[in-house]
Design a protein around this ligand. Structure first.
Ligand SMILES: Cc1cc2nc3c(=O)[nH]c(=O)nc-3n(C[C@H](O)[C@H](O)[C@H](O)COP(=O)(O)OP(=O)(O)OC[C@H]3O[C@@H](n4cnc5c(N)ncnc54)[C@H](O)[C@@H]3O)c2cc1C
Length: 305
């Protein structure tokens, strides 16, 4: 498995700014993520130092070139899940590979995808969940639905098989974006994929059924939301990070409550602007460098004993 010092998830202003600091400090730095939303022909004229309007696309290209100049490795790949192994390192599973990192900076921006199920909130904690590794255990042997159209949903559905054989994916009316490899594994494991849209949920004490727009009712005691790509909130659930709504809580140094995990930019939810993302990215980079150095010292001390 590939191993890096610092894995940065997000190729927007926060992630690239972090990478400039970490790579320049000699840390093996990998940035995962693809073009952020702002990297289009949008005119940015409130970012420091540019008297001429610059497009979001050019600003991001410049940030990437600068991070790469200091040795950061930048790849367009999506992270599906993260866990911590018994050495305290983090392992990120992506669409293409698994990567081990001593520290992680979350710079995934904000996710605005909502499933559009009318009474979803009524069943949160009563069957509706956002985290297979947290709540999959409670669904042993029960029928469950995974709501999502892409590889993130496919990966969550496959993970649920360790608890129940009765798993169905519902794309929530969206066009399927599941790769060939995942489609093959879903078929192999007999996980059906419905392309309908769930409109409402029902059940007396907990979730019992989901009703599709077509009127069809599906038995489901669990419903896992996994729409679009995994977001910082999804990683927060599985890593036990403290959140405030959909945002990650950090201290002034961008440290989360889990040592080794830092967060910066829109996913922290302060002032959703490029300048703030860049500033928080720098702080997160600095804090991650300190963490990696401290971890190296601890590991050397252990070896010496
Ligand atoms: C159209 C538009 C115009 C804007 N105009 C301005 C402006 O004029 N001035 C201004 O200051 N701000 C502007 N903003 C806001 C600004 O773009 C954001 O505040 C800023 O981009 C936040 O940076 P970020 O790095 O936190 O997140 P983002 O820029 O959103 O980057 C998030 C990154 O995370 C990656 N990612 C997410 N999930 C995963 C995953 N599971 N695996 C791997 N990677 C993942 C994405 O691919 C992306 O690379 C604008 C935003 C938009 C959308």
């Amino acid at each position: 498995m590939e191993s890096v010092d610092i894995l940065i998830i997000g190729q927007g202003p926060a992630g690239l700014s972090s990478a400039i600091y970490t790579a320049r400090a000699g840390m093996r730095t990998l940035i995962l993520g693809c073009a952020p939303k702002v990297a289009g022909d949008y005119e940015i004229d409130n970012y420091f130092g540019f008297t001429e309007t610059i497009t979001g696309k050019e600003l991001i290209e410049r940030g990437k070139a600068q991070a790469a100049k200091f040795g950061a490795d930048i790849r367009c790949d999506r992270v599906l899940g993260i866990h911590q192994n018994d050495t305290g390192a983090f392992v990120a599973k992506t669409e293409d590979e698994e990567i081990e990192a001593a520290s992680i900076i979350l710079a995934t921006g904000v996710s605005r995808i909502r499933p559009g199920i009318s009474n979803l909130g009524d069943y949160e904690g009563k069957g509706v969940s956002y985290c297979v590794s947290c709540d999959g255990f409670f669904m042993r042997g029960k029928p469950v639905l995974v709501v999502g159209e892409g590889n993130f949903a496919a990966n969550q559905a496959l993970e649920l098989l360790q608890y129940t054989p009765n798993v169905t994916i519902c794309s929530q009316g969206k066009e399927l974006a599941i790769s060939e490899d995942f489609l093959y594994r879903l078929e192999e494991n007999k996980i059906p994929v419905l392309e309908g849209k769930i409109v409402t949920l029902a059940g007396e004490i907990g979730l019992e059924t989901a009703q599709l727009e077509s009127g069809q009712q599906i038995d489901a005691q669990g419903l896992f939301i996994a729409m679009g790509q995994a977001s910082s909130s999804d990683f927060a659930y599985s890593l036990g990070l403290i959140r405030n709504g959909q945002f990650i809580e950090t201290d002034r140094e961008q440290r989360t409550n889990v040592p080794g995990i830092f967060a910066a930019g829109d996913c922290v939810g302060r002032f959703l602007q490029i300048s703030v993302a860049v500033g928080e990215g720098a702080l997160a980079g600095r804090a991650a460098i300190s963490h990696v150095k401290e971890r190296r010292r601890t590991l050397l001390d252990k070896e010496a004993k």
